[in-house]
Design a protein around this ligand. Structure first.
Ligand SMILES: [Zn+2]
Ligand SMILES: [Zn+2]
Length: 211
């Protein structure tokens, strides 16, 4: 049995190296990077998007720019992370090092180069799983900084019965999603059952308090 080089889970004989969907997702994630970088520029001004909790009446003046998008665009941010991977891949492939700066143009060039070498990396690079995680993590940080992530709410403990015991794992709901799913026992509640689930959770809570 072999494992997918990207997600490290077992593959089948048809495609022993990697899952097709993992390779496609990584290609798509990488292609999304320049757009997300541009998005960070667009949300730099305070109050444009996202959390940016502003407490009025504090003595500290509000920052002139928001820090998360700025740090993703600054030295050490997205461009730096991806430039290191590019340098690593080029060295392994015995190519001359590319001279890269930290601008949007440099980022576009780095991403183009990474995309060109991606099929090779998926087949041959020992840490392509780490690369995939870092790319996804960068996109996730950008979306969070732009206020595009749904906010998960803790709604109680999973009441699904498992061997006559409630599962009890912390249950989270994304108000924008169509289902609530327990991360431990995988029980799902479609939107149509949310009222009932809420009632069950309240009953469990009442019993706990009166016990
Ligand atoms: Zn995979
Ligand atoms: Zn559960």
């Amino acid at each position: 049995m072999t494992n997918c080089t990207i997600c490290r889970r077992p593959t089948d004989d048809r495609n022993p190296i990697r899952h097709q969907r993992c390779a496609e997702r990584l290609r798509a994630d990488l292609a999304d990077i320049p757009g997300h970088y541009a998005l960070m520029g667009a949300v730099l001004a305070p109050g444009t998007a996202g959390g940016g909790a502003h407490v009025s009446g504090t003595r500290t003046a509000p920052l002139p720019v928001r820090l998360e998008p700025l740090s993703l665009r600054a030295r050490g941010g997205m461009v730096t992370v991806l430039a290191l991977w590019e340098a690593d891949w080029r060295e392994l492939r015995e190519l001359t090092p590319a001279m890269r700066g930290t601008s949007a143009t440099d980022l576009a060039a780095i991403v183009l180069s990474l995309r060109a070498h991606l099929p090779w990396a998926i087949e041959n690079h020992g840490a392509v799983d780490e690369f995939a995680r870092e790319v996804r993590d960068l996109l996730h940080q950008c979306r969070a900084a732009a206020g595009l992530l749904p906010s998960m709410m803790r709604i109680g403990d999973c009441p699904a019965q498992d061997d006559d015991q409630p599962c009890g794992a912390a249950l989270y709901a994304d108000p924008m999603a169509d289902v609530i799913r327990c991360r431990k026992c995988r029980t799902t509640w479609p939107r149509g059952q949310w009222m009932l689930l809420g009632k069950t959770l309240r009953e469990v809570e009442d019993e706990r308090i009166s016990a």
